[in-house]
Design a protein around this ligand. Structure first.
Ligand code: GDG
Length: 501
């Protein structure tokens, strides 16, 4: 049964634009093509807004050279963008994932700078902008997502000055000393400045961006306000500030409370040989996540006899990611070599040191793993937010479990009662692991309670509401009328109230 039907009209008051549509093409048991929702936090957060505003979602359907008319799936109007095999290689795997991704994550890997990649990025961004301009009603609100589409805001503003445009960057924005490597740095900044509101994960990302704006365009900034004048365009005030993203905390907790998920968590522990401590890592297999660092720390603790393989198992879920990009192929080899070495050196017939899984799992299984884990290891070298940390906390309604969290994640700005670590400091990481394992129940509960309050209060619905309220205020011209001081007071208030937690 095909789940797609053609939708009309093609003029929407609210339009979300992201690289990928929130659906995956699947072939069902009868060999018939259908669309299955790919449920992520973003769809969950935006679904009610989409429904109320009768909105549309513009994005790529995930397969090469697929020319599709707009259709409806799961109650959402979808506007597919076609990408050729060359564009997937140059715009997506190349410029997005092998230039911007490493550059914005502190050049952990070397970014590639190739003019053909850039040209493809410009062409594809223009296609997204054109498609969005074509489906947006007069005066509509458009929300563009993430680093693959940084040129869309300006392209859209030139085509449709009547629109109100928001942009949210899910990954970090790097310090100017790093950003300035980019041969097309000014075009990227000008692309983003086409938006009315530009959202970042952390306060530091927003200030890195403002500094890049001052250096590259000379436009003055004050707190969250940027007075933008580009070429002959009239001066506009753009807001750049942090809106830390979150998760649908209630749905994680609800799953965790289901007896079948709890039974599965017990089964997972039994399958591991019932070790005293289960440690867990869940990441896309990405070099930003510090997977090798946590394995090094664990391996050394076993080597030194400070941990015993009978007592502690590390479960590592490394979901496949960007497998055609060379840096990711090399990373996989490196991680799998490390797992093999550690298991070979310290495993016994009955106990593996690391239980390693290169698959994606259904959400139910992830929550069972969160419940099964005494210690959650989030050791990213750089991460915009890190939702896994928040999912672990949301799932632990039993107020147990210890979160070890890298200070280089956006999440560490909010989750201060985790055990915060510097993943480059292997000795510090080893001490944190031992402290987590030895932590008394009362302290675990007290820390987890505080973390849970934070994640439940600032959930993903709150994130989208905060962003869209700010965008709506921009639309009504509220920020244009304020003095810079009033503006700072108005917008920084949210940040202060967040910091107080
Ligand atoms: C980017 C930024 C920012 C992972 N493996 C499986 C699975 N996952 C889910 C997790 C989590 C999501 O994927 C990963 O989110 P993260 O935030 O941890 O990391 P990125 O993918 O790098 O996301 C990041 C985020 O955007 C949002 O703005 O936080 O900093 O890099 O939800 O649970 N889910 C399932 N099976 C898996 O095997 N079901």
């Amino acid at each position: 049964m095909p789940s797609a039907t053609h939708a009309a009209p093609l003029e929407y008051d609210f339009v979300v634009v992201s690289n990928r549509l929130p659906v995956d093409r699947v072939v069902d048991a009868d060999g018939i093509d259908a669309w299955a929702p790919s449920p992520g936090g973003l769809v969950t957060a935006l679904e009610p807004v989409m429904r109320d505003a009768d909105g549309a979602w513009v994005g790529w359907a995930g397969q090469p050279a697929l020319e599709l008319d707009p259709f409806e799936s799961g109650g959402i109007h979808l506007v597919p963008i076609a990408l050729s095999a060359d564009e997937i290689e140059n715009y997506y795997e190349g410029f997005s994932n092998d230039t911007i991704w490493p550059l914005y994550h502190d050049v952990i890997e070397s970014p590639g700078y190739h003019r053909v990649w850039w040209e493809s990025y410009v062409a594809v961004n223009q296609r997204f902008a054109d498609a969005t301009a074509a489906v947006s009603a007069q005066g509509a609100t458009v929300w563009v997502q993430d680093y693959q589409l940084q040129l869309v805001p300006r392209m859209l503003r030139i085509a449709r000055p009547d629109l109100t445009i928001g942009f949210f960057n899910h990954i970090p924005f790097p310090p100017y000393g790093i950003f300035s490597q980019l041969p097309w740095r000014t075009q990227v900044i000008e692309g983003l400045l086409g938006a009315d509101v530009i959202g970042f994960q952390r306060v530091a990302d927003a200030s890195n961006f403002s500094r890049a704006v001052r250096r590259l365009t000379g436009n003055p900034t004050r707190g969250p306000a940027i007075e933008v004048s580009l070429g002959t365009e009239p001066t506009r005030r753009v807001i750049a500030k942090s809106f830390p993203i979150s998760i649908d905390a209630r749905s994680f907790e609800a799953l965790a409370r289901e007896p079948r998920i709890q039974a599965r968590a017990r089964e997972i522990r039994e399958g591991l040989g019932n070790p005293r401590t289960v440690m867990l890592g869940v990441d896309r297999l990405d070099y930003t996540k510090g997977i090798a660092h946590r394995m090094k720390a664990f391996g050394e603790l076993l080597a030194e006899g400070r941990l015993n393989v009978e007592d502690v198992t590390l479960v590592q879920v490394a979901s496949p990611s960007r497998e055609r990009v060379e840096a990711y192929m090399n990373l996989r080899d490196e991680i799998e070599l490390t797992v093999g070495r550690i298991n070979g050196d310290y495993g016994t017939m009955s106990h593996q040191a690391i239980s390693y899984h290169h698959h994606g799992y259904p959400r139910d299984e992830m929550v069972a793993l969160y419940l099964a884990a005494d210690v959650m290891l989030v050791t990213a070298l750089r991460d915009g937010m890190n939702l896994v940390a928040k999912e672990y906390v949301a799932s632990r309604f039993d107020e147990d479990g210890v979160l070890i969290l890298s200070e280089f994640t956006g999440a560490s700005d909010e989750l201060k009662r985790a055990l915060l670590i510097n993943p480059h400091d292997i000795d510090g990481l080893k001490d944190a692991i031992l402290a987590a394992i030895a932590m008394p129940r009362r302290e675990r509960a007290s820390r987890m309670r505080t973390l849970r309050r934070r994640v439940h209060e600032f959930d993903v619905a709150r994130w989208s509401a905060d962003f869209l309220t700010t965008l709506d205020q921009a639309k009504r011209g509220r920020f244009q009328r304020m003095s810079p001081t009033e503006l700072v007071d108005e917008l920084e208030w949210t940040l202060d109230s967040r910091k107080a937690h």
